[in-house]
Design a binder for this molecule. Structure first.
Ligand SMILES: NC(=O)c1ccc[n+]([C@@H]2O[C@H](COP(=O)([O-])OP(=O)(O)OC[C@H]3O[C@@H](n4cnc5c(N)ncnc54)[C@H](O)[C@@H]3O)[C@@H](O)[C@H]2O)c1
Ligand SMILES: N[C@@H](CCO)C(=O)O
Ligand code: NA
Length: 436
């Protein structure tokens, strides 16, 4: 059987899982790949006494792995965008194929990395970078290649979904759940990437490029995290028949491409509204196939290793293929990428949940309704609360609007906030029906 030699850089959560699953399932993996996949060199800063690396060569300097003439494939699992970028470009220059789980690296430097890899005729595979164990890259790039993809929406950060689920179901404290996600190996080295939506934006940018054939444009993605979501809004959302999820949404419109990550109310009855804990799900709407949904573990050692190894197998199977015959990195052939503009958030269209604190007096709802009517925005649902305590003078008022261009809603909310019986700021959360 043809030996394929792999160098592994970074032996943390994902690296250790990769070693473990490769060893445990060696028979299945070689029967499927037709190759004898061997990890022959590991680059790791510090020794990890918990992991048995047997006779594998260990280097403290990961660049020794990139320079190893024996290695066919370099697996980058160190994370970050500085050393990782240098490592990957060095390995490509040395003719190695790359497998990486690093979404930050691909989203921010993928265009340059793919150009370098293309020039060298080597593969760069990154299934583990998006939605952990779910084979979503393969699904879009290969399974849906017949379709015009209209939109996709996904819960694509396991840590964030774990936090929101625990807050809603158990009333747990944000910081406490985040600490648990870190201990379980779900969170990024800097967990603000998870909480503030940066990690989800990295993944969304990759998905949007695969779906719409546009270059990676991380700087154009709109990003809003989950740190401002309260259990109060979660409760009102439930009353209205919705659940709050942190979503990445990418949509192709006549004007361009929407790429946005933000908390979102979605109807409770949608399957994706019931994706909980560290699980991820991505809903993709193709014109021919209709809506399709992909579900699985979004983070964690072995689920992510599952994707890393699938990529190693994919690369191993095509080692001798003509580079022209390989599946293109971003789904579309190089030279076929479009320059469709990414729309600024003000130009995107969405429905909105608005929660305002208003004086408890007659005529308030009437005044607010007039402002919406004058702007041509209709109100789809409303909750008007009674005072809970006798001496309270304000009450919460919750509205759901129809779909409206964001710049129009901004004007209306500013007008409402300027009313003397409304207490600014109005809490705003986007609403998506996700109807096929
Ligand atoms: N943990 C997950 O569930 C998960 C899921 C999908 C993708 N990822 C991605 O996989 C990558 C690795 O994540 P992880 O959770 O395994 O991280 P980790 O922190 O557990 O492991 C990274 C390892 O790389 C080593 N390392 C870092 N820089 C190094 C250097 N310059 N030289 C030598 N060793 C170095 C560290 O010592 C550490 O052991 C990241 O890009 C992450 O975003 C992680
Ligand atoms: N920190 C990431 C890891 C998987 O990419 C998450 O929680 O989703
Ligand atoms: Na994946």
């Amino acid at each position: 059987m043809n030996p394929v030699k792999v160098g592994l850089c970074g032996l943390g959560t994902v690296g250790a899982g990769t070693l473990k699953v490769l060893a445990r399932n060696a028979a299945e993996i070689s029967a499927r790949s037709g190759c004898d996949i061997q990890i022959t060199h590991i680059g790791q800063r510090r020794e990890n006494p918990d992991i048995d690396t047997g006779t594998i060569t260990i280097s403290r300097d990961i660049f020794d792995v990139a320079a190893d003439p024996e290695i066919d494939i370099l697996v980058e699992l160190i994370g970050g965008t500085t050393v990782a970028k240098e490592l990957v470009l060095t390995a490509i220059a040395n003719g190695k194929h790359i497998v990486t789980a690093n979404k930050a690296l691909i989203a921010e430097h993928g265009n340059e990395i793919f150009a370098a890899a293309n020039a060298k005729g080597v593969n760069v595979a990154f299934e583990a970078a998006v939605a952990g164990g779910i084979p979503i890259i393969k699904a879009i790039r290969e399974g849906l290649s017949a379709n015009k993809i209209e939109w996709l929406a996904g819960i694509i950060n396991g840590t964030g979904n774990f936090i929101l689920t625990e807050m809603r179901d158990k009333g747990r404290d944000f910081a406490d759940v985040l600490a648990q996600a870190q201990a379980l190996g779900y969170a990024e080295a800097d967990p603000t990437f998870d909480v503030e939506g940066i990690d989800a934006a990295h993944k969304l940018v990759i998905l949007a490029s695969l779906a719409f054939g546009i270059p990676l444009q991380f700087d154009k993605a709109f990003t809003e995290g989950i740190s401002k979501i309260t259990t109060e809004d979660m409760g009102y959302a439930e009353e209205l028949g919705y659940r709050i999820k942190h979503l990445g949404v990418a949509r192709k419109t006549e004007q361009g491409v929407e790429m946005r990550v933000h908390p979102t109310l979605i109807p409770k009855k949608r399957l994706i509204a019931n994706v909980n804990g560290v699980m991820n799900a991505v809903l993709v709407k193709g014109d021919a196939v209709g809506p399709t949904l992909y579900y699985g573990a979004g983070a964690g050692s072995e689920p992510t290793a599952s994707s890393v190894i699938a990529d190693i197998v994919d690369v191993a199977r095509t080692l001798t293929a003509d580079p022209e015959h390989k599946v293109p990195y971003l789904s579309y052939q190089q030279g076929e990428l479009s320059n469709a503009p990414v729309l600024p958030i003000e130009e995107t269209v969405s429905a909105h949940y608005l929660r305002m604190t208003v004086d408890d007096k007659p005529g308030v709802m009437n005044e607010i309704s007039k402002i919406f009517a004058a702007a041509g925005i209709s109100i789809e649902a409303i909750i008007q609360k009674e005072q809970e305590e006798e001496d309270e003078t304000t009450v919460p008022l919750i509205l759901v609007t129809n779909r409206v261009i964001e710049k129009q809603l901004n004007r209306v909310v500013a007008e409402i906030e300027s009313l003397d019986f409304v207490y600014a700021p109005v809490t705003r959360i986007r609403v998506e029906s996700l109807a096929g």
